[in-house]
Design a protein around this ligand. Structure first.
Ligand code: ATP
Ligand code: MG
Ligand code: MG
Ligand code: MG
Length: 432
């Protein structure tokens, strides 16, 4: 008899098989027991008909507790009524590991309770679907950048210099010195681009975000491509191609998961259509103020309501370009004819998901960079290695950072970013 996974059930219709599963829920009448089963590949139903099995097996099916692990042996049938399309008629059952009283029952639980039990909550259907989509996005990321001729380089997590201001930094000791947890791998990716042309880093980043929002994690993963001999225009083309590729890959490979999540696939299909609209920061301010809903002063950064409005206005991800220099980090290239804006863009996702990418062309002038680093209150000595990248064969170069969990939250349609990572680190949570 063959041991299979639930996901392969369609290839074994009318065959007798064995599957290792956990019991997620059950109900039974006097004559039949319905067991809801999962094995990590999918969820489906097992039925145990009293008249077709031994009394011992039927009693076991009726009494086995939620989250016990089992081997079920039986025949696969098509089941048009169930969302999965197949079920197993069980002939024999073997308990592998009995479960105690499982804390997460099919009834409603509060978020805090569920977050305290995140290690178990991961087993639930929605969490399964969201994290499978996350996995697909990671897979598609490697695939996309390999196809486009990028290599992955890894940036350090422990750094001695602190990019982008200092308020959100995690400080730690590095023997007798100070060190910080990485907030971004970008500066290292720039060094990589000068060595390998087109690179991306992909790793965890850490920000001591003091506010509680649905979009901010303390620890999140960022994909940061960096390209030599590349102006902002070409970078925007890579960005939209990449994002559309992620959405298409999820549509192609996560149909089952999107159904579990109830995500509208027609909306997702719209996001695969390129190009994405572009609007300048100046025009965005005007658009917001003309709507009568906002009162934005030129120079302010947009918050969540502004970002939501802008992307909704276009019903597609939208690039907002050339933000005021004063609200962007030191490394962005100044505009050739205006000294108040930099050559950059944020990609804002519709449906209220906000900024999923921040990117820019990078400043190349060593004097300019030195002055900006000083202005930002950073120690220029710490950045000599970075300025070196301009001293030895500087080229126009551009890059961007996509927040993995932002992309996952948006594509899955989840309402909170905590769902997009297995063990979220939040303002008041570092356990489990
Ligand atoms: P925001 O304006 O939303 O705070 P940011 O402008 O501070 O984001 P960047 O420094 O541009 O963020 O980082 C690049 C990308 O990383 C963002 O576009 C976003 O997708 C993601 N990101 C930033 N901060 C967080 C966070 N705290 N949690 C999850 N993702 C984040
Ligand atoms: Mg921020
Ligand atoms: Mg921002
Ligand atoms: Mg940003």
């Amino acid at each position: 008899m063959k041991e299979i996974s639930i996901i392969d059930a369609k290839n074994h219709v009318d065959e007798k098989v064995k599957i290792g599963v956990w019991l997620t829920n059950k109900r039974s009448s006097g004559k039949i027991a319905f067991l809801q089963l999962r094995d990590g590949t999918a969820f489906f139903q097992g039925i145990v008909v009293k008249s077709n099995v031994s009394e011992e097996v039927f009693q076991l099916a009726k009494n086995v507790k939620q989250e016990s692990s089992l081997y079920v042996i039986g025949t696969i049938h098509e089941d048009k009524r169930s969302p999965f399309g197949y079920e197993i008629e069980i002939e024999d059952l073997e308990v592998v590991g009995e479960s105690g009283d499982y804390p997460i029952t099919p009834k409603e639980h509060g978020t805090d309770f569920l977050m305290d039990h995140r290690h178990l909550w991961l087993r639930s259907k929605r969490q399964f679907a969201t994290l499978k989509v996350r996995n697909e996005i990671i897979r598609a990321t490697y695939e996309f950048f390999a196809k486009e001729g990028f290599i992955k380089i890894d940036s350090p997590i422990l750094t001695g210099s602190a990019p982008e201001g200092t308020t959100e930094l995690f400080h730690t000791e590095y023997f007798e010195k100070d060190a910080y947890l990485s907030q971004s791998g970008q500066l290292y990716a720039e060094a990589g681009a000068m060595a390998f042309g087109k690179v991306f880093t992909f790793g965890p980043t850490f920000r001591a975000e003091k506010s509680k929002t649905r979009r901010h994690l303390i620890e999140f993963w960022m994909v940061e491509p960096e390209m030599a001999f590349t102006h902002q225009e070409q970078s925007l083309e890579v960005q939209e191609k990449y994002v559309a590729y992620l959405v298409q890959s999820v549509l192609d490979h996560c149909d089952y998961e999107l159904d579990i999540l109830g995500r509208d696939k027609e909306i997702l299909k719209r996001y695969t259509q390129l190009p994405y609209p572009r609007i300048s920061y100046d025009d965005a301010v005007e658009l917001l103020n003309e709507s009568g809903k906002f009162n934005v002063t030129w120079g302010e950064d947009f918050g969540s309501p502004e970002e939501t409005y802008l992307a909704e206005h276009f019903s597609k991800p939208v690039f907002v370009m050339n933000y005021p220099k004063a609200i962007k980090p030191f490394y962005m290239k100044p505009h050739p004819t205006r000294d108040d804006v930099v050559i950059c863009a944020d990609l804002l996702a519709p449906e209220g998901y906000g900024e999923i990418i921040g990117g820019s062309e990078r400043a190349t002038d060593t004097d300019y960079l030195t002055a900006e680093i000083e202005k930002a209150g950073l120690n220029v000595d710490d950045y000599q290695w970075y300025i070196d990248l301009r001293r030895y064969g500087s080229v126009p170069h551009s890059g961007f950072g996509l927040g993995l969990e932002r992309a996952v939250t948006w594509i899955t349609g989840e309402s909170h970013i905590r769902e997009a990572i297995p063990f979220p680190r939040l303002l008041n949570r570092i356990y489990p």
